[in-house]
Design a binder for this molecule. Structure first.
Ligand SMILES: *Cc1c(COP(=O)(O)O)cnc(C)c1O
Length: 432
């Protein structure tokens, strides 16, 4: 049998039944012009596909698996909780415990509500912002991803118009007209828009550190200005910490920028691999949610005990030993980024490695790492596709898109990072 026979056969069957054989587009490997492999199991920093190939994994289920795959404490908590019932659609002890852990990490989270995905968290936070301010306008930034709710699947309009245009078929123009899209890293553009439209804006939403179109690290001055302008114009600042929450540290990007958002959204790490999202903020805002207030939002599986148990076990493990986990993530991230930068230098490649803690992105282009989506060279996608394939062949799995970041987990170690660097060395030579 060839090393991908079983994956190939499953993919063929999947494509008959599901669009492109997947439940989420990037999984289809289109942007690396390949065919996806089917996962059989994961353990620590490794995954094994259905053909028995083993890879060092830097996808980490797109961020949640900060402890690595199948962490024994998380698996045990899930199994134990599941044995007492999967879902009640009613209050359970685990919701209170996870809410205590999450809110204790962030001073701006006086209250929160759990949902089942990051998309749902953002969609609900935006509705709450609109309900609380009585305004309809939303400002987002080009290159930031906030899930697939209609009013956020919007990209910058052409020319000087900052009105958004739908970035997906099926999103009405009339919805997109409520969303303004601005470039990141541009206080001037933000200031001008708020000057003219500030009184119509319910919320400005930004990723903690934009990590869905490369890793676009923002200047602290830009984040400060964002906070000031929201306050001045009565717009709420929503910090989307779905990736960064508990990934960069307990208080995510809010701590990195010393920022106090009005609302924050969570997902990924707080569910430890189970479907969990959350949104929260000041008490007087959160108390506008039904049944206390007029903003409706609900969920059959929200706060279900098994998902909550995975989150609790993950956060407890992360927060044990006074947060030494974050020092270790920083050390591992720096070792990988440093090794890669050195290797690219030796190979005479003008590429850079952008890193915040355990989140890394390969900027396969010359010059300063970009801070704005518009500054990412689309030409890097072809190089990335070749690199991605060469690495898979050497047992290293990166995300199947040039625009996606890599995640280091606590299950990675120095030996695995050394192995990864060796694989890169060979891969770079191969595609040279
Ligand atoms: C992943 C992500 C979302 C959406 O979360 P889902 O759980 O995939 O719906 C929202 N915002 C950011 C910043 C994300 O990275």
């Amino acid at each position: 049998m060839s090393p991908s026979d079983r994956s190939h056969e499953l993919y063929r069957r999947a494509c008959e039944l599901m669009p492109a054989g997947v439940d989420s587009p990037v999984r289809a490997f289109r942007s690396v012009r390949g065919e996806p492999f089917f996962y059989e199991r994961g353990q620590g920093c490794h995954v094994v596909d259905v053909d028995g190939n083993r890879y060092i994994d830097y996808v980490g289920s797109w961020g949640p698996l900060i402890l690595g795959h199948a962490h024994p404490e998380v698996v045990e908590a899930v199994a134990r909780t599941a044995a007492s019932g999967l879902s009640f659609g009613a209050p359970c002890r685990q919701e209170v415990e996870l809410a205590e852990l999450v809110t204790a990490a962030a001073p701006h989270l006086e209250m929160l509500r759990f949902v089942s995905s990051g998309t749902e968290a953002v969609m609900s936070a935006v509705r709450l912002a609109r309900g609380a301010t009585g305004r309809d306008g939303i400002v987002k930034f080009s290159g930031c991803y906030h899930g697939h709710a209609d009013h956020l699947l919007v990209s910058a309009g052409s020319g000087l118009a900052t009105f958004g245009t739908p970035s997906s078929a099926g999103v009405p123009e009339s919805f997109a007209r409520h969303t303004y899209v601005l470039p990141l890293d541009d206080e001037g553009a933000l200031g001008s828009l708020m000057e003219v439209r500030g009184s119509e804006i319910a919320a400005v939403i930004i990723e903690g550190v934009p990590a869905n179109s490369g890793l676009l690290v923002q200047r602290p001055a830009f984040m400060r200005r964002l906070r000031e302008l929201c306050t001045r114009h009565g717009a709420l600042l929503i910090l989307d910490e779905v990736i960064t929450g508990f990934r960069l540290g307990p208080n995510g990007a809010a701590a990195l920028y010393d920022l106090r958002p009005d609302l924050a959204t969570y997902g990924k790490v707080i569910g430890g691999g189970m479907p969990v999202g959350a949104y929260g903020g000041r008490r007087e805002l959160m108390e506008r949610l039904a049944p206390l207030g007029a903003v409706y939002q609900a969920g059959t599986l929200s706060g279900n005990p098994v998902a909550m148990a995975a989150g609790i076990a993950t956060l407890r493990s992360l927060l044990a030993d006074g947060g030494s986990a974050y020092a270790e993530l920083e050390r591992l991230g720096a070792a990988l980024a440093g090794g890669l930068a050195e290797l690219f230098g030796r190979a005479g490649l003008p590429w850079s490695v952008v890193r915040v803690g355990s989140i890394l992105w390969l900027a396969l282009q010359a010059g300063e790492p970009p801070r704005r989506y518009e500054d990412i060279d689309p030409g890097c996608a072809a190089t990335y596709a070749a690199l991605h394939r060469a690495l898979l062949g050497r047992g290293v799995s990166l995300a199947p898109s040039a625009y996606e970041v890599a995640f280091v987990s606590l299950a990675h170690d120095d030996a695995v990072i050394a192995q990864t660097l060796e694989a890169f060395e060979e891969a770079v030579r191969e595609i040279g």
